[in-house]
Ligand binder design. Sequence first.
Ligand SMILES: Cc1ncc(COP(=O)(O)O)c(C=O)c1O
Length: 372
Amino acid sequence: MIKIPIIDLKKQIGPIRGELDAAIKKVIDNTNFILGEEVRNFEESVKKYCRVKYALGVSNGTDAIKLALVALGIKPGEGVLCPNFTYYATASSIATMGAVPVFVDIEPDTYNISAPKIEEAVKRSKNINLKAVVPVHLYGQCADIDNIVKLAQNYGLKVIEDTAQAFGAEYKGEKAGTIAECGAVSFYPGKNLGAFGDAGMVLTNSQSLAERLDILRNQGNKEKYQHVLLGYNHRMDTIQAAILQVKLKYLDAWNKKRQENAGYFDRNLEGLGIKTPLVAKYSTHIYHQYVLRLNNPSSGLIEHLRKKGIDTRVYYPVPLHLQECFTYLGYKKGDFPESEKASIETLAIPVYPDLTKEEMDYIISSIEEFLR
Ligand SMILES: Cc1ncc(COP(=O)(O)O)c(C=O)c1O
């Protein structure tokens, strides 16, 4: 039987294996495993790629958000707005540093948080000292960041762009994660640019913020054994930087292939009564996920595709306000209707760059078979 996984990293790694092996060998030969020159080189490459002044390699995307919150001066007990339809880490990084996640529903067409929805949440959250907002560029498409930043300025909120899923996407010609105070990136292995383990980055154009982030990620050190801030061990491994440096060269080509695959799905699924992803005017979409939507629960289609050997995922089956770990926040079912609906009606199908036309045709005909 045909088997199509949701992502196939072996296919991605195969053609560049020699380059990766050489980069890893060099790190082993040099033995400079923490904040070695490969980290600085990769940071320089990202600065150029993203046209941003500062890029700081960190341990993962979760820590990138947490470091950004701490560096921006957010304190325990203060409120931080974020969508409730995102990966757990967007909200956990807020909650585990003692701040209070204040959830905001999403737009039904892009699945992203919007300025009007943030404003509604600000107005109903009078009992909490709101200090920041963490919009997420979900599935590889930017949230409407200009309007979010404008609104945030009106209410005195800092903005951290959760760019975990959208590294390389562009908002009105600027790279995701470089528009607001800072952007937090994840290089989790399954991301469009993925390490061979955990890695992340914080992007910013602010010199003072970059200086604080640099100290906070490295045990509060300004100089060795001079701990000026209560920092963390949230550094990027040299070996991950070396791997990412090799892979960064291919990112645009991989993202272009994802866009072509998405276009092929868009054209061939049209008219079947299934909603393909909407691309907003202000953003490019790099299809970290290609998410389809039905007018009813997607579970039947998911099961049909499973039987056909096609792997799918629901991102995310349980919105964050209904997760057990967040019950203390006091939300209940019905509070965020759009995310609750999206969690039932959507499914992500494989869209990774190495999908063949035959595999895409098989996915399309299998979907068609179910819908007809
Ligand atoms: C939206 C979002 N935010 C944050 C993260 C956390 O990144 P990491 O897994 O690198 O900690 C992820 C991905 O895993 C994510 O998808």
